[in-house]
Structure formats: C-alpha cells, structure tokens
Design a protein around this ligand. Structure first.
Ligand code: BG6
Length: 476
C-alpha cells in the first residue's frame, strides 16, 4: 500500500506529514480554508494532522462548531463521515505569535511529524515574526512555509521578508500563495493561449487596441477593516491577482515545457511593465468605509483602484492595459476584455465605433468561467446592417476543486508550479512602488456604482469600461 504522505508527491519530493495553519480563527480560514480542508479529506488528499494556531482562547467544542458552521455555509456537508474524519485530524494551539511558548506548544502538538507545512493565513505584518519564531523553535528544518499575499508592503519590505524566509527555509520550501493562480478559469488563460494557434497572429500590438481587466465585488470590507487599512485595494488585489492575470495574457510562449519556463515568461512581463505614475492611477473610497470597524475616521485608504499601464515589450509596446478593482461595486465578477482594432475601412455605416465594440475576446473568470469572441454578423434583409454577437468558445460551471484545496494540496506535495517566484513578486512591486505613497487622494463613490467618475475618464479614449454583469451571457 502506498504511504498516503508520499502519494502524489512531485518529482520525489516528500509529502508534508502535518499541516499547521496560523490564523485558524480568522476570516480567511473560515471563508476558504475549512471548506478546502473538508474537500481535501473527502478526496482522500488530507490524512495528516492539521494543527490550528491562533490567539483566541477557544475550547474544542467552539473550534469544531466554527469549522462546522464554515463548511456548512460555504459548501455544505454532503459527506458526514468525511467531515468527522476532518474533525478527528484537528488539533489547536492557542497562543500569542510573539510568545516563544506558543511555538514550544506547537512543537509538542506536532508530535512525531517531521515535515510539516506551515501555512501563514495571518496579517502580513506578522509573517516575519512567525517565520523567525519557527526558526528559533527548530520548526524550520524539513518543513515548508506557505505565505499568503501580499508578500511585503512594497519592494523593500518584500526583499526583507524574503531574506527572513530564507534564513529559515530554502527556496524550494517557500510557497508564495496567490490564490488566483489556483483558479481553473485563470489556468485556462494559459491553456487557451498556447493550446491554440489561431490566437497568436492577432495577439500583439498590431491587432489588439487595448486590454481591460475588472475585479468587481459588491460587498465591502466587512470584518477586515484592520487589514484593509494596512493594505488598500492596490496592494490587496491589483498588484497580485490582477497582475497575475495580466502576466498570463501578456507573456511570451514559455521557452520549453516546464513551469519554470512559465514562471520566467511571466516574470518578464512584470519586468517589462512601466513603473506607474500618480497620473496612471485613480483611487476611490466607498461612502461609509470610514464607519467600518477598525477603519480610521479620516482614512484615505482606497477601496477602489483603476489604473492604466504599459508593457514595454516588442509584442505590447503602446497598448494600454486598464485594470480596475473595487469593493461595493454593482456586481461580483471578474472579466477580461481584449479589444481588437476595428476594420481599417468603414464599409458599413453600422460598424462605426458608436455602434459598440467591433471585435473583442472576453474572458469571464468569475463567478462562472467563459470565453467569448465578439463579431458583427449581418441581419437578414437587403440592408447591410448587422448585430454584434458573441461566439461562446467555452462556458463552464464553477470548478469542482476549490482553489485552496488545489494550492494547499500542491504545497504539501512540494509542487510550486502554481505559486509565485520571488523574482516576480519583486518585479511586480517595482511597478507599483512609485505610487504606493505618492498618489492622489481617494475619491468618494457611492456604494453600488462603478467607482469615481475619474476612472471613466482614464479609459474614455479607448471605448470605456466594460462592466461585467452577473449574467455571464451579457455582451460588452
Ligand atoms: C483576497 C483579497 O486576496 O481576494 C480579498 O484579500 C478579495 O479582499 C479576495 O475579496 C477575492 O478573492 P475571490 O477568490 O473571492 O475572487
């Protein structure tokens, strides 16, 4: 019989024999991690002890209730024996991350486990403290560390954090998570681009007029005001999630068949991005944000961010890339719109720009997944008039495997294909670094709108924003 802790490991890398989750009582754990653990147990992919660490003084009952509530709410419990198996794997260590005694207790809870994976689902300000303490307690060794984003607050702190991480863990044991990379629809960008040959001839500055990516969320910061105050929209989702999408769309074909080649091609995109200037960025803040819990009464933190960037590469020079993300927008959806140049000759009156976008590719990435190609087709009749139609190349229901299920499983198996490299992290920070502190004030916007008007002005010359609808079939 195969050892469940080594089955499925990558290239002989040993499987982690325990999973330690820092931030066990936090928002991320409750929203995404517990359902992922349940799914992993159900799939037979998690059979090792799971040790939660947090400062909340919870007893076993409270802890189990929290896990049950989370799984019931997020995914439902359709396999009660699997849920019981998950509960039987759980241990809990309560303590302050700054107190060495917490790590002594963790060591005891790990028992005979020799190769734990330490997952830091905690506020970024605590990453360094926990990593150093793991090292001091002798819990580095053969272990792996999985670090949530944002990795650092800027270029300098990302480098500093990397040095601290390397003082305890070798590079192969450091997993920098960006959960967007575990999303099926986002992996499909890579596949769609390079498994087809029809795209390549048009995928460049000659045929593409502009590209826009929107990550819209209809909810606010909720209980995460404290975190948000230290991050803001640019650090929270733009510099990582949206940049990763851009990298997959803009990268050159990987030079050879390996994820190392994919990483390198993506990093090159970040290196080729022009550093942002304040004029490229519109920051917004929804009305009512300052009344949220743990938010400063005079906060200038942005809950909305729209920006224009350029990639100085042979393929993309001169093509504007527009990125937009925000909370309390009208919908919750993520979409990419690649706007193709219009036909050079205006043969038909109805094909003028005023009639809408002529041709575009639309990638719907969330909450459903779809790829649509828009073209104008003639209506029946004598007149040469037509309508814009979308050809659906792919339309899927939400993927069965959750992103965290995939990513935690991969990290525990030592597979870093879907994690970000330090080179990419630093190159991405270098693009946003100039505007992290030096920017215009956040402009107010009403909840349920698409952000401040200045964001519309940013893209006005390129056909305006495409606002993703809840209905995935809605055309741009
Ligand atoms: C997280 C951000 O990384 O991504 C959140 O911290 C955001 O603010 C979330 O809501 C969006 O992720 P998803 O998978 O729900 O689109």
């Amino acid at each position: 019989m195969s050892d469940p802790t080594t089955a499925g490991s990558t290239a002989g890398a040993p499987h982690s024999d325990a999973l330690v989750i820092f931030g066990f009582t936090g928002d991320l754990a409750s929203k995404k991690i517990f359902p992922a653990l349940y799914a992993m147990v159900k799939a037979g992919a998690l059979t090792v002890p799971v040790i939660g660490v947090a400062s909340s003084k919870w007893n076993t009952d409270q802890l189990h209730r929290r896990v049950r509530d989370s799984v019931e709410r997020e995914s439902g419990i359709d396999d009660p024996p699997a849920f019981d198996r998950l509960i039987s794997l759980l241990r809990y260590v309560c303590g302050d991350y700054k107190d060495p005694a917490t790590f002594t207790a963790l060591k005891a809870a790990l028992g005979r486990a020799e190769r734990p994976a330490h997952y830091l689902a905690i506020p970024p300000a605590l990453f360094a403290t926990v990593i150093r303490s793991l090292g001091a307690a002798g819990l580095g060794g053969n272990a792996r560390v999985i670090v949530e984003k944002p990795f650092g607050r800027d270029l300098a702190s990302a480098r500093e954090l990397d040095a601290i991480a390397h003082s305890v863990f070798p590079e192969l044991s450091i997993f920098r998570i960006d959960h967007y990379l575990g999303k099926e629809a986002i992996m499909n960008i890579l596949y769609f681009r390079f498994a087809n040959s029809f795209l390549e001839p048009i995928w460049n500055r000659d045929r593409v007029a502009s590209v826009q990516v929107t990550l819209a969320e209809s909810f606010g910061v909720g209980q995460r005001g404290g975190f948000y105050e230290s991050a803001g929209c640019l650090r929270d989702v733009v510099e990582n999630h949206l940049f990763q999408i851009v990298a997959l769309l803009a990268m050159e074909p990987p030079a050879y068949q390996s994820f190392a080649a994919v990483h390198s091609a993506k990093s090159s995109v970040f290196h080729a991005m022009q550093p942002l200037t304040p004029g490229d960025v519109v920051r917004g803040q929804y009305a009512g944000y300052r009344e949220e819990r743990d938010v400063a009464a005079d906060s200038d933190v942005e809950t909305f961010c729209a920006l224009r960037l350029f990639i100085d590469s042979w393929r993309w020079a001169g093509v504007p890339w527009y990125l937009r993300a925000g909370k309390r927008l009208p919908n919750t959806a993520v979409e990419v719109l690649v706007q193709l140049r219009p036909p050079p000759q205006k043969l038909f009156d109805d094909a003028r720009p005023a009639m809408g976008r002529a041709n575009y590719l639309r990638f719907r990435l969330q909450p459903t997944s779809a790829i649509a190609l828009a073209a104008r087709v003639k209506r029946q009749g004598k007149e040469f008039v037509g309508d814009q139609r979308e050809l659906y190349l792919c339309e899927d229901a939400e993927n069965g495997e959750t992103t965290y299920q995939r990513l935690l499983g991969d990290a525990m198996a030592g597979d870093s294909a879907l994690f970000t490299s330090q080179d990419a992290v630093e190159a991405a920070w270098a693009v946003v670094d100039p505007v992290l502190a030096n920017h215009y004030a956040a402009l107010p916007y009403a909840p349920g709108t698409w952000g401040p008007g200045a964001a519309d002005a940013l893209i006005a010359g390129d056909g305006g924003w495409h606002n993703p609808e809840q209905n995935p079939r809605t055309e741009a």
